[in-house]
Design a binder for this molecule. Structure first.
Ligand code: 6YU
Length: 498
């Protein structure tokens, strides 16, 4: 169909690309994407450290199995390693035992015996999964997931580990602090105390053993873009304001104003800018301002920082079979996931490293993870200062004063002006309703056929897969489908539309 409908997509991340892709495949010809930066992919961003391919943004396909559209596309495009495609990998139960091998190091400079701390890992996993069970309960025993975990660890440790020597018991509590910091990274939150308990189960985990893209996550973007017409995306085209209308006379018009002053008239706009950007710019981005319930959800939902620090070595200081390194501070038996003084001790927030595998592909390369305000502070330091801090850290934990990284590279998502952080989470007091408000189109027009001027897609608008690539992709398709079904139920509008 030669549909004479003008659609402007704002943002060329996976959500914007998915929306444009589906619209074009369904016969909409007047579609364009306005992107603030000079590249496609947004928070999917593949980089290089020397000749090694690394991910600055999204890292894994979370739950690679049939239900995951990112997995299905990656398989179709031939972007995955053979192991990722096996039935065993797809059937992997994320609630079961994780096959990763951990190395634990203590701040006193020794390697920790895994058997000593295994019960702590087990208890933590148990409590995390219990956090998801408050979903449909009336009332929650604690305000936050952090409060719940902390008080239950104390209670259960006192019972379960009462016959264990006090040094081991204390060590296990220190391990739990490290796991709390890790969970801050997973959730993109400053502290587990900032995650609502009642809504924690809102996020759904798909089956499948998380896998990576051996040639880089951006391969997904390249393949999708190659199926789209040339010239679809206008790069370096930040949008400054979306002029919509809630008055009867002008219900069918919306204008997008770019930073360079150009005004583009459209029948529909699909907005995919990150929640971090919306939090910062909502007051200038919408004319008239957003309805209050939508604004309040933007403010209530959390958008935190998670950064990576890649560190390369000549020789490994971890075991050959090690997948992840966990750092345990022996002064943290108070179950803490934030540091007392961000400027002086930000590095304590870095909970550990994942080892890039296989070694033949990556050499001796690890990825450190750091979330929260400590991570935001890290971004303001020079690469030299970060290198120094990481080197001191590793020397201390290994007890080896001569270890020196060959080079490092870190991400800086908080200071990215088009993202302002990493991804969203359900903060204290949030519920499913906030995500519903996020995805509601403008204007809200009572009984009349909805004019659908501004539609909302992006990671932070998915009800159960927020914070992920598959979530973002599905929201792009969802908003494309909203327009497609709008025009299939109202075929005359296609003709009368300018
Ligand atoms: C995943 C993973 N992963 C690590 C890190 C980060 C993220 N995610 P985009 O931002 O992509 O696009 C918007 C575009 O708009 C962009 O290009 C802008 O430039 C543009 N724009 C902005 N303003 C504009 C303007 N004014 N005008 C024009 N254009 C404008 N996801 O699946 N696996 O391993 C990770 C990770 C460091 C930063 C991730 C991961 C998140 C994804 O990257 C992200 O959701 C999508 O890419 C977003 O796509 P988009 O299109 O919406 O926005 C219980 C419970 C647990 C809850 N969470 C558990 C899951 C864990 C999530 N894990 C993530 C972990 C990592 C490590």
């Amino acid at each position: 169909g030669n549909w004479n409908v003008n659609i402007v997509v704002v943002g060329c991340g996976i959500a914007g690309i998915a929306a444009a892709h589906r619209l074009i495949k369904s016969g909409f010809t007047n579609v364009r994407i306005l992107e603030a930066t000079g590249r496609s992919g947004g928070r999917i961003k593949t980089g290089r450290l020397g000749d090694k391919i690394i991910e600055i943004g999204a890292n894994w396909i979370h739950g690679p199995s049939e239900e995951n559209p990112v997995f299905c596309l990656a398989r179709q495009y031939g972007l995955l390693d053979p192991e990722a495609l096996t039935p065993e990998n797809q059937a992997f139960d994320p609630e079961g035992d994780h096959p990763w091998v951990y190395n634990f190091f203590s701040s006193s400079g020794r390697k920790i015996n895994v058997e000593d701390v295994y019960p702590a890992q087990e208890l933590f996993a148990e409590l995390l999964s219990e956090c998801s069970e408050f979903q449909n309960h009336q009332g929650e025993p604690y305000a936050s997931a952090g409060d719940f975990i902390r008080s239950e660890v104390r209670r259960r440790a006192a019972e379960k580990w009462k016959d264990i020597d006090s040094a081991t018991r204390s060590l296990r509590l220190c391990v739990i602090s490290s796991m709390l910091k890790r969970e801050c990274c997973v959730n993109g939150a400053h502290s587990m105390g900032e995650l609502g308990l009642g809504a924690f189960g809102q996020y759904k985990i798909l089956p499948g053993l998380d896998c990576t893209f051996p040639g880089g996550y951006e391969g997904l973007i390249t393949n999708l873009m190659s199926e789209l017409p040339d010239g679809l995306v206008s790069y370096n085209r930040p949008v400054r304001c979306v002029h919509w209308s809630n008055t009867e006379e002008k219900l069918n018009s919306v204008t997008v104003e770019c930073e360079d002053g150009e005004r583009i008239a459209a029948d529909h706009v699909i907005l995919t800018v990150p929640l971090g950007y919306l939090k910062k710019h909502h007051s200038s981005l919408f004319q008239p301002p957003l309805p209050l319930h939508k604004l309040h959800s933007i403010q209530r939902l959390g958008f935190g920082t998670n950064n990576k620090i890649f560190v390369e070595f000549d020789e490994p200081w971890w075991d050959a079979d090690c997948d992840a390194i966990q750092l345990v501070w022996d002064d943290e038996d108070a179950l803490v996931d934030q540091v007392p003084d961000v400027h002086r001790s930000w590095i304590k927030k870095l909970f550990g490293f994942t080892v890039l595998k296989p070694t033949e592909r990556y050499g001796h390369l690890v990825c450190g993870w750091i979330a929260g305000h400590e991570s935001e502070h890290m971004e303001t330091l020079s690469e030299q200062e970060v290198t120094h801090a990481v080197t001191q850290l590793i020397r201390r934990f290994t007890g080896n004063p001569s270890i020196a990284p060959r080079r490092i590279l870190r991400s800086q998502w908080y200071h990215d002006p088009w993202t302002n952080g990493s991804y969203s989470h359900l903060a204290l007091g949030c519920s499913e309703q906030d995500l519903k408000n996020m995805m509601e189109p403008l204007p809200l027009n009572g009984s009349k056929a909805q004019p659908l001027q501004v539609l909302f897609a992006g990671e932070a608008t998915h009800l159960c897969y927020f914070s992920t690539v598959h979530g973002a992709l599905l929201t792009g398709w969802r908003e494309a489908d909203r327009l497609i079904s709008h025009y299939s139920y109202n075929p005359s509008e296609r003709l009368t539309s300018k």
